[in-house]
Write a protein that binds this ligand. Structure first.
Ligand SMILES: Cc1cc2nc3c(=O)[nH]c(=O)nc-3n(C[C@H](O)[C@H](O)[C@H](O)COP(=O)(O)O)c2cc1C
Length: 208
């Protein structure tokens, strides 16, 4: 592909912005026995793999290693969890709504790290009853803003999710697949842009 001239006269390589895959951590919101989260997160990971350009890690508060990291009594497990959060360029949180917010194990996972979240985008796949988990997502936006992470606008919300995933498969996938494709395109844009920005100027230097 030929380079195209920039307004300043220099040349810009018009090849795709990022060749390296985006490291994305898919974060489970529910740690409940018999949770629907496995189904919704499985669907989400399949959409990420279909989109391409991502390398997926899974952070599940019900996983023993992650749970040890959250617990905080084991410094090595906490360091490993923080390193996994740090390694990600982007996050997709898959969360149900519990009592108009998001589940406590997800909050504990988020609170296990701090600088690791900074200047990175977060997309949301939510589910629940009539609200589709959107009230949980609005609360998560506040929490991630405090951590200097960027909540992206486009997500996927499943109202009456148990019915939609009747036998473990999404009954009418078309709308949700389209929403997921948009979510991931925007997440990829933010992740590439912010990865470059962090490399250019570490976020810690953005102080008065
Ligand atoms: C403790 C609890 C509180 C809930 N509160 C809400 C709620 O406020 N709004 C809603 O739409 N659904 C609510 N639900 C329904 C859940 O969002 C729904 O059952 C979801 O599938 C649970 O996710 P999980 O199975 O992955 O844990 C609640 C479920 C539980 C267990």
């Amino acid at each position: 592909m030929n380079p195209s001239p920039s307004p300043a006269g220099a040349t810009i390589d018009a090849a795709p912005i990022d060749v390296a895959p985006i490291d994305v951590a898919v974060i489970y919101g529910s740690a409940r026995e018999g949770r629907l989260c496995d189904t919704v997160a499985g669907w989400t990971i399949a959409r990420i793999e279909a989109a391409g350009g991502f390398a997926v890690d899974v952070l599940d508060p019900a996983d023993a290693d992650v749970a040890r990291g959250i617990d905080g009594k084991d410094p090595a497990a906490r360091a490993t969890l923080r390193a996994r959060i740090a390694r990600a360029d982007a996050y997709v949180v898959v969360s149900p709504e519990y009592n108009h917010s998001f589940p406590a194990p997800l909050k504990a996972l988020i609170d296990s790290a701090k600088q690791e979240w900074e200047a990175k985008p977060v997309a949301f796949v939510s589910y629940g009853g009539v609200s589709g988990g959107l009230r949980a997502v609005e609360h998560l936006r506040h929490v991630f803003a405090e951590l200097h992470a960027v909540g992206t606008r486009d997500g996927v919300a499943f109202a009456n999710a148990a019915g939609q995933f009747g036998d473990g498969r999404l009954r009418n996938p078309e709308g949700a697949e389209k929403a997921a494709a948009t979510m991931l395109a925007r997440l990829s844009w933010w992740a590439s842009a912010l990865r470059r920005a962090r490399e250019f100027t570490p976020y810690a230097k953005a102080v008065a």
